[in-house]
Design a protein around this ligand. Structure first.
Ligand SMILES: NC(=O)c1ccc[n+]([C@@H]2O[C@H](COP(=O)([O-])OP(=O)(O)OC[C@H]3O[C@@H](n4cnc5c(N)ncnc54)[C@H](OP(=O)(O)O)[C@@H]3O)[C@@H](O)[C@H]2O)c1
Length: 271
């Protein structure tokens, strides 16, 4: 398949890495930054150009990977070359499908996506929503490509992007805060730093793998681990007293509300 990528920053690099797993794709990338394009030289099946329009001309599916405030300029530039059979995939955070459609004209195939940073290690979570002009085959083409970087989830409504952004987009950072707190504790007790890091990482990976494999609910898991009068019970009691669940719900809510605000601001700025 001929795959195009416009904008070759960090997220685009994760896509290229994933797409290369299947050796059959021919990838064409464009960027305004020649240094970035030079760094791609030599990668198998990857060609580069400074002209976005060339990417669209030679690709069946085009991934738009520029920053949100650059999207409208690029769309105006490539609009003519985007015919009804090409699939345009936007990874720009907060840029709504309706906004993209307005700029490129009616009846064109658009898939809005929201990848997260672990895509860089091909362990990402990607939310997506295809517009009504995308066929089942288009979805399959898209999924075959994107799922080389992680697991994709189809969202029912455009507003779901705001909730996905909170859980999947910002979620890794919230988990990193939790990890950092554990490491602060380990340091205060003079545990070996490297060993503490390893213990924390392996504990989280182990617990998540267990939950995922057994389908035991988190609440049941807590019960399983807590014996009456034991250590886990003591810690959980404190978390409950401090309203841990409430804090996390509020944290996610503030992230999704911010996502709505950013989205609205983008639309206002570009109209
Ligand atoms: N990073 C994340 O965790 C994450 C997560 C989800 C979604 N996203 C979305 O992914 C997109 C890319 O993010 P990123 O972090 O990879 O950004 P980035 O590193 O800034 O990459 C964007 C690239 O596009 C280039 N560019 C600017 N104007 C262009 C134009 N007119 N034509 C072609 N290329 C142009 C930029 O060059 P210059 O640097 O010279 O401007 C840069 O090389 C964003 O829309 C972001 O919202 C990112």
């Amino acid at each position: 398949m001929n795959v195009g990528i416009i904008g070759t920053g960090n997220m685009a690099l994760s896509l290229i890495k994933g797409f290369q797993v299947d050796g059959s794709h021919k990838i064409v990338c464009s960027d305004v930054d020649i240094k970035k394009l030079k760094s791609l030289k030599g990668l198998k099946n990857v060609k580069t150009t400074t002209q976005n329009i060339r990417v669209v001309e030679s690709s069946e599916i085009i991934f738009l990977c520029v920053k949100p405030d650059t999207v409208s300029g690029v769309l105006r530039e490539i609009k003519k070359e985007l015919n009804f059979s090409k699939i345009l995939v936007s990874i720009a955070a907060g840029v709504k499908t309706s906004f993209i459609q307005k700029l490129i004209g009616p009846k064109k195939k658009v898939i809005r996506t929201m990848p997260n940073l672990p895509c860089l290690v091909l362990k990402g979570v990607i939310g997506f929503r295809a517009n009504r002009y995308c066929t089942l085959k288009d979805r399959k083409v898209f999924l075959r490509l994107i799922e080389t970087t992680g697991k994709a989830f189809e969202l029912k409504a455009e507003k779901d992007f705001d909730y996905l952004t909170a859980i999947g987009g910002s979620g890794p950072a919230f988990l990193a805060e939790y990890i950092a707190a554990q490491l602060v504790y380990a340091k205060s007790k003079s545990l070996n730093e490297a060993m503490a890091r390893d213990i924390v990482f392996k504990t989280i990976l182990g617990a998540v793998t267990y939950l995922d494999a057994t389908k035991v609910s988190p609440q049941e898991f807590v019960k399983l681990v807590s014996s009456p009068g034991g250590t886990t019970e003591a810690g959980i009691k404190l978390l409950k007293n401090k309203k841990f669940t409430n804090i996390i719900v509020q944290c996610l809510d503030s992230a999704s509300k911010k996502s709505v605000k950013i989205s609205d601001k983008l639309v206002m700025k570009k109209n």
